[in-house]
Structure formats: structure tokens, C-alpha cells
Design a protein around this ligand. Structure first.
Ligand SMILES: Cc1cc2nc3c(=O)[nH]c(=O)nc-3n(C[C@H](O)[C@H](O)[C@H](O)COP(=O)(O)OP(=O)(O)OC[C@H]3O[C@@H](n4cnc5c(N)ncnc54)[C@H](O)[C@@H]3O)c2cc1C
Length: 411
């Protein structure tokens, strides 16, 4: 079961898309799998590609099994198609399970991620709030450099194949692969070591191996709220600070861009709050975080709300003939009631995954299952908006891939 619906099932199939899929299916069919590989990576998304590259460059024979017809498809949608691949201020505190992240990623977290991309030949640029993007601002560049580096390292891509079962068999693994394209056939593949890199839908391999899994749920998503006429504000943006409160206690605070939608709030502030928000919580919004209340009142007395607030917001907050001074005071203390996650299909991460207590922090090997490793969102780690989730995917993939290759050598 996957916590996040697969995007491909919703995609409209135009004739050119159908032709492309036929071509990819033909390519997938033509791939000859070995009977056994040193390392089999389950999932060729962000963390799986990093793991496959690192394992192969460490001298292991590597097969990367991917249920989509192409590897790295998940990367293409990131950062609005621009791929916010890391953040210049990577720190473990921005993650759930920070001690685990700190132990795995160490002091050189950012340097390791940047070094990995520099070795791929990718130039990176920094934007607001330390967000790092490829200089091309194209997510496809990121996927392309990763795939070509993997192919150069002789990784075999087994696309169009879903790993449906994994069994441990006397120190190696047997994998059952089901085709996801027409005319494909079920295959069996042996592995001396495996890396679970299946993202938010990690349940199948983890369950097969009896690993403890924290139940997945979507996060980094918009929030459905009550408290304003949201339909009149649809599409309006504001830089806001927000406090999430439950029974009067503060649960989380965020500052950043807020986007009003007909159902409530979206944008970075909402995404980051959604990690902790539950129906019934309150969101206390300040739509003028850079101006204190007295200054706001004085400025409004001179020039009305025009120099302080978006006009649609001002119109709504000023209903019932409120004076400009009262409108800006209200803009600094808006209370919303959270009614739930608004659109789970838009969730950027899945909270939950393999319990971090089941993993060795220096290798990401699963305790009790020698030579099974895990990385990326398959592990119960998720971070804030701004490049933190991909940074974890790359770095944990590098650690798991290197460790998997090493485990095979030391046998
Ligand atoms: C719309 C969107 C935008 C995002 N933007 C950003 C951003 O800008 N910056 C950021 O840091 N994070 C972003 N994220 C989050 C980021 O994409 C993920 O955290 C990251 O991709 C996780 O990497 P992963 O390798 O764990 O999982 P994925 O990249 O999801 O890869 C998992 C792969 O495993 C495959 N798979 C799953 N099960 C099986 C199986 N049984 N057999 C074979 N294959 C399988 C899947 O098809 C998939 O290709 C975004 C997410 C979304 C949805």
C-alpha cells in the first residue's frame, strides 16, 4: 500500500505520451537481468539513484529495480519542476528524528551533498532562505546527471518492475518482481545485499523482512481551515508568520510565504505546519510580521491599508466598515480553525516509514537483517520545506549504497 497516490495513474494519456510509454516498455522488456547481483536497490527515485551510483562506484554489481517505466520520475515534480535539491543551512534540527539524522549525516552533510552533485557535473545556485537549485532551474537536469553517472558506473536499470516480495535466504535475498507494463513477465532476482529506497510506499519490502514501520501519513500539504471567506482570497499571497496552537499551547511556529486557496491555506507556511497540525487546532496568523502593531497603526492612519496589505485581504478584514487602523491590527492576529489536510495528493512527503531504532546510524543497515539497508523517505525521517527532504534522500542514499557495497566485499 502506498500512502501517496501514484501520479502516473492520474496522468492524461495523449498520443505522444502513449508512444513514449510504448518505447519505454520496449526498453524495459529488453533488459536482461542477472541471476544475482551484489546490490539490488529497490526504487530508483532520489535516494535509490544516489545509492545505486555509490554502490556501483564502490565496485559492486548493481541492479536498480523501479516500478515506473523510467527512473527518477519523482525528481521531475520537485520544486515546481526546478528541483530544490538541498538547503545551504542543512541542520538536523529541521528534521523529525533529529538525533538520528545528525548521527547518519554528520558534520559534513551539506559538503557531502554538494560534492556528490559536483562529481555529477551539476552546478548549483542559492536562492532565498538558502534554497539550492541546479543553475539550469530544471529538475530534468538533476535526473539526467544522476542517470548518466549511474549508467557510466554500469548500474542496470530494471524499470517497469515492482518488487512485490523479498525473502531472506541463507545470507542472500530473493526478490519477486512483477511487471508494470503490458507483455512483461514475472521475474526472480537474487541479491547479496539490498537497499530499500521505495519512498513513502516502503511497506511491502519492509513488511516482508519483518521490520518495524511507523504508519505512514501525508505531510507538507495544504490545510483546510475555517475563519475567513477563503473563496474571495483564492490565489492571494502574503509573507506571514504563523503559530499552530492546541488547547492554548504552541505546537509549532513558521514564517514564510502563505498562499490562500478556496479551502484554506497553502504555501510553505502551511506545508511546514501540516507536519504537526490536527483537526481542531488553531492557526494564529500575522500577515504583517515585519511591522509592529503600533507602527502598522500609525502608517494606516497616514495612508490607509494600501501600503501594508494586499487589497483583497484588506477588503475582507475591513468588512463591516472597520477603520484602516483596526484592519491592520486584525491582520496581525487572525485566528483560523484547522479542519484537516486539504489535498493529500499534493503532499510532498510521507511521514512515517521504517522505525529509525531498527537502523544502524553509521551504515543504515537494518538491525537483525544483515545486508538489508534503507534510505530516503522509506525511513521515518522527514524534513522542512526548502530542500531538506531531498538532501536527506541524497545523503542517506550515499550512506546506504556505500555500506551495501562494503557489506558484500567483507563477506
Ligand atoms: C510535488 C513534490 C514536490 C517536491 N519538491 C521537493 C523539493 O523541491 N525539495 C525537497 O527537498 N523535497 C521535495 N519533495 C520531496 C522529495 O521529492 C522526496 O522527499 C524524495 O523524492 C524522497 O526520495 P525517495 O528516494 O525516498 O523516494 P522517491 O523519490 O519517491 O523514490 C521512490 C521510488 O521507488 C519506486 N518504488 C516504490 N515502491 C517500489 C517497489 N515495490 N518496487 C520498485 N519500485 C518501487 C517509486 O516508483 C519511486 O520511483 C517533493 C515531493 C513532491 C511530491
Amino acid at each position: 500500500m502506498s500512502a501517496r497516490p501514484r501520479s502516473t495513474s492520474h496522468a492524461r494519456r495523449t498520443p505522444s505520451r502513449l508512444a513514449r510509454e510504448r518505447e519505454l516498455a520496449a526498453r524495459a522488456r529488453a533488459v536482461e537481468l542477472p541471476r544475482i547481483a551484489d546490490v539490488v536497490v529497490l526504487g530508483a527515485g532520489a535516494s535509490g539513484l544516489a545509492a545505486a551510483i555509490t554502490a556501483a562506484e564502490s565496485g559492486a554489481s548493481v541492479v536498480a529495480v523501479e516500478r515506473s517505466l523510467e527512473c527518477g520520475r519523482s525528481i521531475l515534480a520537485t520544486g515546481g519542476g526546478r528541483c530544490n535539491l538541498a538547503n545551504a543551512s542543512l541542520s538536523a534540527e529541521r528534521y523529525h528524528n533529529p538525533d538520528f539524522v545528525s548521527a547518519v549525516c554528520g558534520e559534513s552533510f551539506l559538503e557531502d551533498v554538494l560534492g556528490f552533485f559536483s562529481d555529477c557535473g551539476l552546478a548549483v545556485a542559492e536562492e532565498e532562505d538558502g534554497r539550492l537549485y541546479p543553475v539550469t532551474r530544471e529538475a530534468s537536469s538533476v535526473r539526467e546527471v544522476l542517470v548518466s553517472r549511474a549508467l557510466k558506473a554500469s548500474v542496470t536499470f530494471a524499470c517497469g518492475r515492482e518488487a512485490t516480495a523479498v525473502t531472506e535466504d541463507g545470507g542472500s535475498f530473493d526478490l519477486d518482481l512483477a511487471p508494470t507494463f503490458e507483455g512483461g513477465r514475472r521475474e526472480l532476482l537474487g541479491a547479496r545485499a539490498i537497499v530499500i529506497a521505495t519512498g513513502g510506499g516502503c511497506d511491502a519490502p519492509a513488511e516482508c523482512l519483518g521490520l518495524p514501520v511507523v504508519s505512514p501519513r501525508p505531510a507538507l500539504c495544504p490545510l483546510a481551515c475555517e475563519g475567513l471567506d477563503f473563496s474571495a482570497l483564492d490565489g492571494r499571497r502574503a509573507r506571514a508568520s504563523a503559530r499552530l496552537a492546541r488547547d492554548g499551547a504552541t505546537i509549532a511556529r513558521e514564517t514564510g510565504e502563505l498562499l490562500f486557496r478556496p479551502y484554506g491555506i497553502s504555501g510553505i507556511v502551511s506545508f511546514d505546519l501540516s507536519r504537526n497540525a490536527l483537526p481542531g487546532d488553531r492557526v494564529m496568523l500575522d500577515l504583517l510580521p515585519e511591522v509592529d502593531v503600533e507602527t502598522a497603526r500609525e502608517l494606516a492612519a497616514r495612508g490607509g491599508t494600501a501600503g501594508l496589505l494586499d487589497d483583497a485581504l484588506a477588503a475582507q478584514l475591513g468588512r463591516h466598515g472597520k477603520a484602516a487602523g483596526d484592519v491592520v491590527v486584525r491582520a496581525k492576529a487572525i485566528e483560523l480553525l484547522v479542519t484537516g489536510a486539504a489535498d493529500e495528493r499534493r503532499a510532498q512527503v510521507t511521514v512515517g516509514g521504517i522505525d529509525v531504532g531498527a537502523l544502524d546510524t553509521s551504515t543504515l543497515e537494518c538491525r537483525g537483517v544483515p545486508r538489508a539497508f534503507a534510505c530516503g523517505e522509506a525511513v521515518d525521517v522527514d524534513g522542512a520545506c526548502g530542500g531538506f527532504n531531498l538532501a536527506w534522500a541524497w545523503k542517506s542514499g550515499i550512506v546506504a549504497g556505500a555500506s551495501a557495497a562494503h557489506s558484500v566485499r567483507r563477506r
